[in-house]
Write a protein that binds this ligand. Structure first.
Ligand code: ADP
Length: 250
């Protein structure tokens, strides 16, 4: 069962200027968002007018067939791409018009992003990777905090291992531990259970639900998998760049 808006834990957010603010606004508000890719003579309309609001503390699954626009949408939420037309507001701020310093501050400190392919530093141990993630996010994590984050991910006996010494599922869990440890306001995840065995996928989903329940982290999870999406509170389905379903998980 999802929490109602009133029940969701309110959390403080640090805005790009460093000031504390209560997260009263929608985390994301997209209005008539269009994204067209142009390459040589070929034009691909990836998003054809998306209106979407994601409130603080929501756990949303984005579903849809390959090519329906899911990754394009996630990149816009991450502020790593700009819409061709329309607006993408993050806590009331327009990511498209924010200057580079403000966008980097938001992306570095507030929005955690985890992809299917890992971005762990290969020369560092897992606990060093978690501490590096905290440092990059401006939220220092000591060695005990690093170990605790890895224990939660079921990697308590791997803290001094390098990423190459882990299985794919363990690397995915470690990457998620790195992204969650600095307690981002928003977590964006792209198909992170796609390649995992059931046990690792369960740990990943438990970590997401824990962050959602205890920290009030807003989660946007792109997935093909109906069973995974059913763990979210809301499913948004895309087809050919449009929202064709937006509602509960049943
Ligand atoms: P999904 O994540 O649902 O598979 P995408 O957002 O990756 O969908 O892609 C939506 C559409 O945009 C597809 O037709 C895809 O081929 C196209 N597309 C995605 N990225 C690019 C790009 N960088 N250049 C050109 N076309 C792209």
């Amino acid at each position: 069962m999802g929490l109602t808006t009133a029940e969701r834990p309110r959390r403080r957010v640090i805005d790009a200027s460093g000031a504390d603010a209560l997260a009263d606004e929608a985390v994301f508000r997209l209005t008539d968002v269009i994204r067209v890719y142009r390459e040589a003579d070929v034009e691909t309309i990836a998003l054809r007018g998306i209106d979407l609001t994601i409130e603080p503390g929501e756990f949303v699954a984005i579903m849809g067939r390959s090519g329906s626009g899911k990754s394009t949408l996630l990149n816009l939420l991450a502020g790593s791409d700009r819409p061709t037309a329309g607006r993408v507001l993050y806590l009331g701020r327009d990511l498209a018009t924010a200057d580079d310093a403000a966008r980097s501050a938001i992306r570095g400190r507030e929005i955690g992003i985890v992809y299917q392919s890992q971005n762990l530093a290969p020369m560092l141990s897992l606990v060093e990777n978690v501490r590096l993630a905290g440092w990059l996010a401006g939220r220092p994590i000591d060695a005990v905090g690093g170990r605790t984050a890895l224990e939660r991910a079921g990697l308590g006996d791997r803290v001094d291992h390098r990423p190459s010494q882990l299985s794919g599922g363990e690397q995915q869990r470690a990457a998620l531990a790195c992204v969650l440890a600095p307690r981002p306001t928003v977590l964006l995840a792209d198909e992170i259970t796609g390649e995992l065995d059931t046990a690792s996928a369960d740990v990943v989903l438990r970590l997401l639900r824990d962050a959602h329940a205890t920290e009030g982290t807003t989660i946007v999870l792109v997935t093909h998998d109906h069973d995974v999406a059913a763990r979210a509170d809301r499913i948004v389905e895309l087809r050919d760049g449009r929202v064709v379903r937006d509602g509960g998980t049943r």
